[in-house]
Design a protein around this ligand. Structure first.
Ligand SMILES: [Zn+2]
Length: 160
């Protein structure tokens, strides 16, 4: 078989084909490596978007326990003449006649609470740990909230 004459028209087409194939078979690796971030960036973005979406979906559909807390403000005992009785050592809101759990310093509305010293019965701000009159240190950390069982409390919904 005769070799292809490079000057013939067929030979030029052959040479062009060889050059074209050479570009595909042995590509310019440097240029391709430079392109890697261009292909990688959308993949990374997709991954981040998927993670954020999954996190959001979990946050939305996460089962939540319907809990009430047993501890909260309760009504103070009111005498027939209208004066409220606040037990010593328990923070209270005098204006609303509410008694709060020991360790509370602010009411549900953010108002500062008062407390009566269990020793000398002098009233002070619940934020003060030490009694300014007798020096008794009354330091009670806020209690751990205890979850109430679901449903109305014992005695029916009228008690709640
Ligand atoms: Zn005192």
């Amino acid at each position: 078989m005769r070799p292809v004459d490079p000057t013939s028209e067929l030979g030029q087409i052959w040479n062009q084909l060889i050059e074209f194939l050479a570009k595909i078979v042995s590509p310019d690796w440097g240029a391709l490596v430079n392109l890697i971030p261009v292909f990688l960036a959308p993949l990374v973005l997709l991954f981040v978007a998927a993670v954020v979406l999954a996190w959001f979906a979990y946050g939305v559909r996460k089962p939540r326990a319907r809990t009430r807390f047993l501890l909260g403000a309760r009504r103070a005992e009111v005498l027939p003449d209208g004066t409220a009785l606040f037990p010593a050592g328990y923070p209270f809101d005098a204006a609303k006649a509410l008694v709060y759990p020991a360790g509370t310093v602010r009411g549900d509305d953010g108002a500062p609470l008062s407390v009566v010293c269990p020793l000398c019965k002098v009233e002070r701000s619940a934020e003060l740990v030490t009694c300014g009159n007798c020096g008794l240190v009354l330091r009670i950390d806020a209690p751990t909230p205890v979850a109430a069982p679901p449903g109305p409390p014992a005695g029916g919904a009228a008690v709640a």
